[in-house]
Design a protein around this ligand. Structure first.
Ligand SMILES: [Fe+2]
Ligand SMILES: [Fe+2]
Length: 152
């Protein structure tokens, strides 16, 4: 695989979060019309792959060095589960042509992504060795490339 110069875990994941936020904005705008179902489907796919990417390419390859770091990862995984559950409810409402309330999901999603963007991923970029970082970045790119191909 071609090496990307200056790639960092933070940059890759911020790019992912921005893509998710754009889709969420698009969903807000289209909640009242027939496009909601298609946008919801795209967002669902994006979120599932994003969580998979984080859990398989990052959390699994990262060795927390103390209890605090370990608890941080556990909390992030717990929030993924909460976000998935909230998202199932939103999907059910859309499926039944009921306008869903996105606010609780959005609030948690933004808080979660802010922590990852501002604290968690910059810490990984700073603390991990070059080899481990390269491994995470390669694995992330592999997953990202395969799922973008799948939705094209
Ligand atoms: Fe996450
Ligand atoms: Fe994330």
């Amino acid at each position: 695989m071609k090496k990307m110069e200056n790639a960092t875990i933070s940059k890759i994941m911020t790019g992912e979060h921005n893509a998710i936020n754009s889709l969420l904005d698009e969903l807000w705008i289209n909640l009242d019309n027939e496009r909601a179902k298609a946008i919801f489907g795209k967002l669902k796919w994006m979120l599932e792959k994003h969580f998979y990417l984080e859990e398989k390419a990052i959390f699994d390859l990262y060795t927390p060095k103390n209890d605090k770091d370990l608890l941080e990862v556990a909390e992030l995984v717990k929030q993924h589960e909460e976000l998935k559950a909230l998202f199932v409810n939103i999907g059910e409402a859309i499926e039944h042509n009921i306008k869903p309330d996105l606010r609780v999901f959005e609030e948690l999603a933004k808080r979660h992504a802010k922590f990852e963007d501002e604290i968690f991923y910059p810490k990984l970029d700073l603390e991990l060795g070059e080899e481990q970082k390269a491994k995470i970045i390669d694995k992330s790119r592999e997953i990202i490339n395969s799922y973008y191909k799948a939705i094209e």
